[in-house]
Design a protein around this ligand. Sequence first.
Ligand SMILES: CC(C)(COP(=O)(O)OP(=O)(O)OC[C@H]1O[C@@H](n2cnc3c(N)ncnc32)[C@H](O)[C@@H]1OP(=O)(O)O)[C@@H](O)C(=O)NCCC(=O)NCCS
Length: 170
Amino acid sequence: MKAKTPKESLTIVTDLILPGETNPLNNLFGGELLARMDKACSIAARRHSSRIVVTASVNHVAFNKSVPVGSVLMVEAKVSRAFKSSMEVYADVWIEDRESGERTKANEAIYTFVAVDRTGMPVKVPQLMPETDLEKTRFEGALRRKQLSLVLSGRMKPEEAHELKALFTG
Ligand SMILES: CC(C)(COP(=O)(O)OP(=O)(O)OC[C@H]1O[C@@H](n2cnc3c(N)ncnc32)[C@H](O)[C@@H]1OP(=O)(O)O)[C@@H](O)C(=O)NCCC(=O)NCCS
C-alpha cells in the first residue's frame, strides 16, 4: 500500500454561523462545533484510507476562543499519523475577519478514526509521510496520544504504554 502525505487528506470546510446554532451568549454551541470537526476529520480520514471510516475517539478538544454568531468559520482537517487501521486526525479551527480576511485560530481537536470494511471490521490503511515541521511534530506525538486514549478507554494497561510513560520518567 503506497504511503500518502498529509496534504492528500487536507479537508477545509467553510461555513457561516447562524443564530439557531448558538448559546445564550450568541456564540457557537460546543456540540455544533464538535459535529463540524467530526465531519471534516471523517472526510480527511476517508481521503487518506479510501475506506468507510468510523470515529473511535475524540482525544482532545480545546475551546480556546468563542465563535460569535455571523462568523465565517473554517475547519481544516488533516491526517497526522496512520497506524494499522486507525488514523489520528487534527482539526484546526479558524475564524475569518470580515474586513481584512485575516484568520484567527479559535479551536483545535484531535480525533481517531478507524477504517472498516462493509461489515465494520477494521482494515489496513496507508502509512503517512509527514512533510512540514508541524506535520512531523504532530506525527511524533501521535503514538503517545494513541496510548493515552487506549489507557483511558481501558483498552491498554498503563504499564504497557511505554512511549507515554517515557514522557513522565524522562
Ligand atoms: C472503533 C472500532 C471499529 C474498533 O473496533 P475493534 O473491534 O475494537 O478493533 P481493534 O481493537 O482492532 O481496534 C482497531 C483500531 O482502533 C484503535 N482504537 C480503538 N479504540 C481506540 C481508542 N479509544 N483510541 C484510540 N485508538 C483506538 C485500535 O488501537 C486499533 O488501531 P490500529 O489497528 O491502528 O492498531 C469499533 O469499536 C467500533 O465500530 N466502534 C463504534 C464506532 C462508531 O460508531 N463511531 C461513531 C461514534 S457515535
